[in-house]
Design a protein around this ligand. Structure first.
Ligand SMILES: Nc1nc2c(c(=O)[nH]1)N[C@H]1C(S)=C(S)[C@@H](COP(=O)(O)OP(=O)(O)OC[C@H]3O[C@@H](n4cnc5c(=O)[nH]c(N)nc54)[C@H](O)[C@@H]3O)O[C@H]1N2
Ligand SMILES: Nc1nc2c(c(=O)[nH]1)N[C@H]1C(S)=C(S)[C@@H](COP(=O)(O)OP(=O)(O)OC[C@H]3O[C@@H](n4cnc5c(=O)[nH]c(N)nc54)[C@H](O)[C@@H]3O)O[C@H]1N2
Ligand SMILES: [Mo]
Length: 764
């Protein structure tokens, strides 16, 4: 039985006469994602990159390296593979010889596709390491602030996420589930590497029916907990959750409801935090009234919630989105602080969560083992950037930046190489990004589809999709390993990323080191077999490769004991200390205090959201229900959700009325950074003064030749700020965005984002 895996689920591809006609959810998935249905219509649509293509001005040696401003404006010339690979190899060699490997940026952030061997970013990194190294990027857009903060105060982010208490335990033991940012089921369609059996929505429905657990949805958006109809909705103002948590903490202290014994044995820095909460440090007690003025939730409500939290087995959850903001570090730190005051960390059903509702794998209760891994080799270049500082890097080579206690400088990058990501999806302030993107001498992208990033590259190499190649699907905390078997032939002249890099490594004289003499089939067998001892160490007996391949999938056994986050640390903090300097949870961190950052002091601290006074609406740009980021925006599922072809934006009914906007109208959303069109969807379930739009509508400027052109399709990143969360994490801060919104009265420009770019004949 042949299955395939996507980040949003396992499916059985249906193929007729060599054409993909359907995607049947795997039989083990009781809550499959509809996103898979976008693939059949899109995979061989005109949006597919079919042949290697070179930007016209780049093809001519005279204008090759000084025509970066033409990116996204000029036609492409399709060329044979050999010519394209010769050109890429020559560019790599030129830049390395003239400037060294430190002039090559290979960060290549992005989710790529499921499948361990063909993971595009891993292949690129392995290839560039073989070539002498590359400037890399650290952390992620998802968790920029959190990944830097958590090791200082608890443990490494990934380790914590893999050990989140299972939903099964929560069902039995949690009495009060308080979630900042709700539990948006749409986001649990996904797991990095492939969700297999979707479990979150079924768990929430069981919990809602059982009635044992009370849910509190703390979010500007009611639907963020739509799966639990009886959930209490506290409509918090965006960016003010820390104030609310401080108000709750104040009640705990004032009413002596905090767990002194736990604080004394398992944490450090309680005194500093207490002094801050009570106002001994700054003269401002963080009372419920103080909190209410900032977060918009009544003081009485805060008092009552704090008492309930102390009286019951309570889980305090924060979704990632809250740390994807200016001062985003504070939301995670304050949530951990609040949970520490409650003293239930390490108990089944209590403590904190940093991502329930963000991905399927979090709290799945499945093994943290994940299979086959492509060795990436050693990177001889030490220079890096925090991932979301890419435009700063391109605009200010040599400029200093701070990050996690260190002083660094941006490298002078001449060549940018990308495979498996989309900057024009993920990065903030796209108009500034476009300016930065003109600077490098050479930009190379491997893509499946003509995304905005492909259109803004010099050389575009067509990559296969997962359905066109053999691979192994496997993800941490997901139940099934999948023998992903090619379902159709490569579309057009597409090649696997591995084949592309092999062709380049041959030209650059390190083919043997890169391929180790293996073809894809040999690699899959080798990677699988090398993962078997690791599996064995976790008590998992993987079948032999041929048996696995024959069966098509493998059901990984769940751990014998249900997972409870930080259980061992709670039971014995001396025998099982945390990897923090004190071995304990650091409510105050000497290390972070020692960095001297005004935007991230030594304990969780309130900062008011930085809003622009003439842009009164707080815009939240969140994950899309109908696709993965920008992937398959051109697919049927995503396209069916659009309003007049534009991305829907949810507006409060009163805010809309005040602007003469009706449901279904097209609106212009703008601030001093840029403007986009979107389709208005009116709601009573969103706080006044807040709007919410999904990310992922393909950037589609009215006129690519005009800087700051209107995006006619609804890409929120034309208005988001390109500024780090703080000097500590330097994470993406997209949620700190203010805009104005008006009705679009003019003629509607047609959507052209999914059309291929203009092509020119080779001789032109
Ligand atoms: N405003 C705002 N911006 C955000 C966010 C937000 O909340 N608000 N969220 C951020 C977050 S959390 C994330 S993770 C990022 C996501 O940002 P990305 O991960 O960059 O987004 P994707 O759309 O998944 O881009 C993956 C690209 O890889 C291509 N691809 C897929 N498979 C392959 C392959 O096998 N080979 C090759 N060569 N290419 C392939 C796809 O066609 C697609 O274009 O966005 C961030 N941006
Ligand atoms: N279908 C689908 N699922 C996905 C993805 C996808 O592209 N598509 N992407 C995946 C990825 S890469 C990631 S990192 C995760 C991201 O997971 P998250 O970062 O948690 O996802 P978001 O959708 O940005 O935000 C979740 C909710 O937080 C609320 N929120 C935003 N700001 C605030 C605030 O200041 N206060 C409060 N209280 N609430 C706020 C919003 O209303 C939003 O609905 O999702 C993953 N899941
Ligand atoms: Mo993410």
């Amino acid at each position: 039985m042949a299955f395939t895996s996507t980040h949003w689920g396992n499916y059985r591809p249906v193929v007729r006469n060599g054409k993909l006609t359907g995607m049947e959810p795997a039989p083990w998935d009781t809550d499959p994602s509809p996103i898979g249905q976008s693939i059949p219509g899109a995979i061989d649509s005109p949006t597919r990159v079919r042949r290697p293509a070179v930007r016209r001005g780049f093809l001519h040696p005279a204008t090759r390296h000084d025509s970066g401003a033409q990116r996204g404006r000029e036609a492409f010339v399709e060329v044979p593979w050999d010519e394209a690979l010769d050109l890429v190899a020559a560019e790599l060699r030129r830049v390395r010889d003239a400037h060294g490997n430190g002039a090559i940026f290979g960060g290549s952030y992005g989710w790529s596709s499921a499948g361990r061997f063909h993971h595009a970013q891993s292949q690129l990194h392995r290839f560039l390491n073989g070539f002498g190294g590359y400037v890399y990027s650290k952390d992620s857009y998802s968790l920029g602030a959190g990944r830097v903060l958590l090791p200082h105060i608890v443990d490494a982010m990934d380790k914590l996420l893999q050990q989140h208490t299972s939903w099964e335990v929560l069902e039995q033991r949690c009495e009060l589930f308080v979630s900042f940012g709700g539990l948006p089921a749409r986001n649990t369609q996904v797991s990095p590497g492939g969700a297999s059996a979707h479990g979150v929505r079924p768990a929430l429905r069981r919990m809602a029916a059982a009635g044992r657990t009370r849910f509190v949805n703390i979010s500007p958006v009611r639907d963020d907990m739509a799966e639990v109809p009886q959930a209490q909705w506290l409509a918090v103002r965006p960016g003010t959750d820390v104030a609310l948590m401080l108000g709750l903490a104040h009640v705990l202290l004032a009413e002596n409801l905090h767990d002194r014994a736990f604080l004394a044995s398992h944490t450090t820095g309680f005194e500093q935090v207490r002094d801050y909460i009570l106002g001994h440090a700054d003269g401002q007690p963080k009372t419920p009234r103080w909190a209410a003025e900032r977060c918009g939730i009544a003081a009485e409500e805060i008092v009552s919630l704090a008492r309930r939290m102390a009286a019951q087995r309570t889980l305090v959850n924060v979704v990632y989105s809250l740390q994807r903001a200016r001062h985003g570090e504070q939301t995670f730190w304050m949530a951990v602080t609040l949970a520490a005051l409650l003293g239930q960390i390490g108990l089944p059903g209590g403590g904190f969560g940093l991502g329930y509702g963000c991905m399927n794998y979090i709290g799945s209760g499945q093994t943290s083992f994940s299979g086959a891994r492509l060795p990436q080799g050693h990177n001889a270049v030490a220079q890096f950037i925090p991932v979301a500082r890419i435009a700063d890097m391109l605009l200010q080579p040599g400029a200093p930046f701070e990050y996690n206690g260190g002083q660094h400088r941006y490298p002078d990058v001449r060549l940018v190489y990308w495979a498996g990501g989309n900057v024009f999806h993920h990065h903030q302030d796209l108009n500034r990004t476009i300016e930065a993107w003109q600077r490098p001498e050479t930009i190379i992208t491997h893509e499946q589809y003509w995304t905005a990033q492909a259109r803004h590259s010099d050389i575009v190499l067509p990559a296969t999709t997962a359905l066109e190649r053999d691979d192994i699907g496997s993800a941490s905390n997901e139940r099934f390993m999948v023998a992903m078997q090619a379902a159709i032939a490569p579309v057009g002249e597409a090649r696997d990323d591995y084949a592309i890099f092999t062709g380049l490594a041959q030209r650059l004289d390190f083919a043997q080191a890169y391929t180790e003499g293996r073809d894809t089939g040999q690699w899959l067998r080798h990677l699988y077999e090398s993962s078997r001892p690791r599996a064995q160490a976790q008590g998992i007996a993987l079948p032999a490769f041929d048996d696995f391949w024959q069966a098509g999938h493998f059901d990984l056994p769940a751990p014998q004991r249900p997972v409870v986050l930080l259980e061992r640390f709670r039971a014995d903090p001396i025998a099982h200390p945390l990897p923090t300097p004190s071995g304990r949870i650091e409510l105050y961190s000497e290390t972070i205090a020692g960095f001297g950052y005004d935007d991230c002091p030594g304990h969780a601290t309130w900062f008011a959201p930085e809003m622009d006074s003439n842009s009164p609406i707080h815009l939240l740009s969140v994950q899309p229900a109908t696709r993965l980021h920008s992937q398959y925006d051109h697919g049927a599922v995503s396209r069916a959700s659009k309003i007049a072809g534009r991305e829907p934006i949810t507006l409060n009914r009163a805010d809309a009325a005040a602007r003469g906007i009706a449901d279904g109208d097209v609106v212009r959303v703008f601030n001093r950074r840029g403007a986009f069109l979107a389709g208005a969807r009116l709601s009573d379930g969103i706080l006044s003064g807040v709007a919410q739009i999904a990310t992922g509508a393909w950037y589609d400027p009215v006129d690519a030749h005009t800087p700051h052109s209107l995006d006619k399709h609804g890409n929120a990143n034309v208005v988001t700020p390109d500024i780090g969360s703080s000097r500590l994490g330097q994470g993406c801060a997209a949620q700190t965005t203010s805009v104005q919104i008006e009705r679009w009265e003019a003629r509607l420009p047609p959507i052209t984002a999914f059309d291929p770019p203009p092509f020119a004949p080779a001789t032109a």
